[in-house]
Ligand binder design. Structure first.
Ligand code: CTP
Ligand code: MN
Ligand code: MN
Length: 540
C-alpha cells in the first residue's frame, strides 16, 4: 500500500518518470521516440532506478523484461508499471502520460507462451511457474537449503531498507520451489533454470552442497542484532520498528522491556509482555480443535446453522502454530451481523477471554474496485474481526479432558477459574475496548502481570476470530487458510495472468467490471483457471 500510494503520489505530482528499454527497438526509432517524449515534457530516465514509474518496452514477455532490467524477480518491480510502446504513443498523442489500461500492460508469461531464450530447451519444467499451481506439502526433501534461505529471508525482512523487501521475497520464492521438489537437490544444475531460483539463492545452495554450510547464513545466525530482533519480534505487539527502538535503548532481553516503565500503551504490547512465555509456546493442533469446538458450540446457540471453520496453519494440517484462526459465517447473509460481540460475551462468561480488540468491518461494495491496483505488500482485509488472547485450559492439550465432553470440561474450568471475567457490566460496550479493560483492572490494583504470575490452570493463546458475509465466504476461506505466500502468489497470478484483483472478499474482473462469484473453494481456483489444491498442499 505504501509503495502504491507513493506511485499515485508521483503521478499526481506529475512526477511520471519513464525508462525505455532499448532492446528490440531500432536505434533510429528509439531516438525519435525519446525526442518526442522530451518535447512533450514527459520525464525520461537514462537508467532504471527506484524513481522510475513506467518501464516502456517492446517485449511482450514479463520474464524477459525482468532479465533485461537485471532484476531477481518481478517482486523487484514493486509497483512500477511495465507497459508497451503503445502506452507511450498514446501518451504522446494525449500530450501527457495517460492512465495505464490492460491493453498497455506487458503480459506475465502464460504457460503456453514460449520465450525465445527458453525455446531451445525441450525438457519438461521441473515445477510449475507459479507457487499457487504447485503441490507444496509440509514435509519435503530440502530442509537444509530451505532453512538457510529462510534465515536470509527473515534477515532481509527485519532490516527492511531499500531493496530488502524484494530480496526477502526472492529468497521466499526460491525456498518455495525447493519445498515443492519431489527430490533432494544434489546439484545446482537440477534447479538453475527454474524461474523462481534467483542467482543469490543458487549461490547459497551451491555453497551448502560444497561445504555443508553457507557462510553468509552462519554469520547472520551468530549476529547479535539478528538474535535480538528475533527475540523482540517474538513478543505479541512488537514489529521490526519497535524491536529496533528497543535495541537502540540498549535492551538485551525481553525482561528489560518487561521491567521498563518506558513502554507504549498499546494493549497488545502490555499483554504480550506479561504473557510472553505463554505466547512463545506453540499452540498444539489438539488445543486448536478443542477451542474451535467451544466456539462452534457457542455460535450455534446464538445462531443455529452458522459455519465455524478452523483456518490458518491448522487447516493446512500443521501440528502446531502461533495462533488459532477461526472464520465464521452464516448461509443466510446478514444473520452474521452482531454475532461476534455476542459470541465474545459468551466466551467471556465461560472465562475464556483474557483480552482483545474488536475491529468493525470496513468493507464497502466498492472496496474491490477501489483497491484494484493495491500493492501486494501488507494487504489487509476489511472483515469484522476480533484479535486477542484467550485462556486455554491445560486440559485442552489432551483433547479437553479425559472423562468429559469438551463443553463439560470447559464449564468446569470456568467455575474453577478465579480470574476476574468482567462480565458484571458487559452491556457497556466500552468494557470491550482494551484500554477500558486495563483501566478497570487498574482500579482494582490488578495488572496483566498479576494475572500471569497467579496460580492458574490455563495458558494464554493468541486467537483471531473473523466474521464474513456468506457471499464472500469461499474467498475468505482461501485467504485465511494461507499460506501467506500461497495467497501472495495467487493474487499476483490473478493480476498478471487475468488482470483480475483477488482478495479475501472476492475476485474482481476489471474487464468485466464485476465480481466473479464462487460457491465453493474449488470455484475460487476454477475462476482463476488453476488446479484445485487441498489446504495441506498449500504449504508454500
Ligand atoms: N491473513 C489475512 N489477513 C490478516 C491476517 C492473516 O488474510 N489480517 C491470512 C494470512 O495470509 C494467512 C492466514 O490468514 O494465510 C493465517 O494467518 P497467520 O495466523 O498469520 O498464519 P498461519 O499460516 O496460520 O501460521 P501460524 O501457524 O504461525 O499461525
Ligand atoms: Mn495462524
Ligand atoms: Mn492469525
Amino acid at each position: 500500500m505504501a509503495t502504491s500510494s507513493r506511485l499515485t503520489e508521483k503521478i499526481v505530482n506529475n512526477k511520471t518518470l519513464i525508462y525505455i528499454l532499448s532492446q528490440r527497438i531500432q536505434r533510429r526509432r528509439l531516438e525519435d521516440i525519446k525526442k518526442a517524449t522530451k518535447k512533450k515534457q514527459i520525464n525520461l530516465s537514462d537508467s532504471f532506478s527506484s524513481n522510475v514509474t513506467h518501464v516502456v518496452t517492446e517485449s511482450d514477455n514479463m520474464q524477459q523484461v525482468i532479465r533485461w532490467l537485471d532484476l531477481d524477480s518481478d517482486a523487484d518491480l514493486h509497483d512500477v508499471e511495465v507497459v508497451t510502446l503503445t502506452w507511450l504513443t498514446d501518451s504522446l498523442k494525449a500530450g501527457k502520460p495517460v492512465t495505464v489500461e490492460a491493453k498497455h500492460r506487458v503480459n506475465q508469461d502464460s504457460e503456453e507462451s514460449v520465450d525465445e531464450e527458453h525455446s531451445s530447451s525441450s525438457n519438461e519444467p521441473v515445477v510449475a511457474d507459479w507457487a499457487c499451481q504447485r503441490v507444496t506439502l509440509l514435509r519435503h526433501h530440502n530442509h537444509q537449503f530451505v532453512d538457510a534461505l529462510e534465515i536470509l529471508q527473515k534477515y532481509a525482512e527485519m532490516r527492511d531498507v531499500n531493496q530488502d523487501y524484494s530480496r526477502a521475497l526472492a529468497f521466499r520464492r526460491a525456498s518455495c520451489v525447493l519445498k515443492s521438489l519431489p527430490f533432494t537437490v544434489t546439484s545446482v544444475s537440477q534447479i538453475e533454470n527454474i524461474k523462481d531460483m534467483g542467482a543469490h539463492s543458487l549461490r547459497v545452495i551451491q555453497e551448502i552442497l560444497n561445504s555443508g554450510v553457507c557462510q553468509e547464513v552462519e554469520t547472520i545466525k551468530k549476529d547479535d542484532w539478528f538474535q535480538k530482533m528475533k527475540m523482540f519480534t517474538s513478543v505479541f505487539g512488537v514489529g521490526p520498528s519497535t524491536a529496533k527502538k528497543w535495541i537502540e535503548r540498549g535492551w538485551t532481553s525481553v525482561r528489560d522491556a518487561q521491567q521498563s516503565d518506558n513502554i507504549s500503551s498499546d494493549w497488545r504490547l502490555i499483554w504480550g509482555l506479561a504473557f510472553h512465555s505463554d505466547l512463545m509456546k506453540p499452540v498444539l493442533a489438539t488445543e486448536a480443535d478443542v477451542f474451535t469446538c467451544i466456539v462452534r458450540e457457542e455460535t450455534d446457540r446464538l445462531l443455529p446453522g452458522a459455519i465455524v471453520e478452523l483456518t490458518g496453519g491448522f487447516r493446512r494440517k500443521k501440528q502446531s502454530g502461533h495462533d488459532v484462526d477461526i472464520l465464521i459465517t452464516h448461509p443466510d447473509e446478514g444473520k452474521e451481523t452482531g454475532l461476534l460481540k455476542q459470541l465474545l460475551e459468551r466466551l467471556e462468561r465461560r472465562g475464556l477471554v483474557l483480552c482483545g480488540n474488536l475491529e468493525k468491518s470496513t468493507y464497502t461494495d466498492d472496496v474491490l474496485v477501489r483497491d484494484f491496483k493495491l500493492s501486494m505488500r501488507g494487504q489487509l482485509d476489511h472483515f469484522e474481526k476480533w484479535l486477542g488472547i484467550c485462556k486455554f485450559h491445560n486440559s485442552f492439550q489432551h483433547g479437553g479432558g479425559k472423562d468429559s465432553t469438551t463443553a463439560e470440561c470447559v464449564n468446569r474450568n470456568a467455575s474453577e477459574d478465579r480470574m476476574p471475567c468482567f462480565h458484571a457490566s458487559l452491556d457497556d460496550k466500552d468494557d470491550y475496548e482494551p484500554k477500558a479493560k486495563l483501566k478497570k483492572m487498574a482500579a482494582e490494583n490488578l495488572t496483566p502481570k498479576h494475572i500471569a504470575d497467579s496460580d492458574r490452570g490455563w495458558t494464554a493463546r493468541r486467537v483471531d476470530l473473523i466474521i464474513c458475509p456468506f457471499s464472500q465466504y469461499w474467498y475468505a476461506l482461501v485467504g485465511w487458510t494461507g499460506s501467506k505466500h500461497f495467497n501472495r502468489d495467487l493474487r499476483l497470478y490473478a493480476q498478471r495472468v487475468h488482470n483480475m484483483k483477488l482478495t479475501s472478499h472476492g475476485l474482481y474482473s476489471q474487464a468485466k467490471g464485476k465480481i466473479i462469484a464462487a460457491n465453493s473453494e474449488k470455484d475460487v481456483f476454477d475462476n482463476l483457471t488453476i488446479p484445485y489444491r487441498e489446504p495441506y498442499e498449500r504449504n508454500c
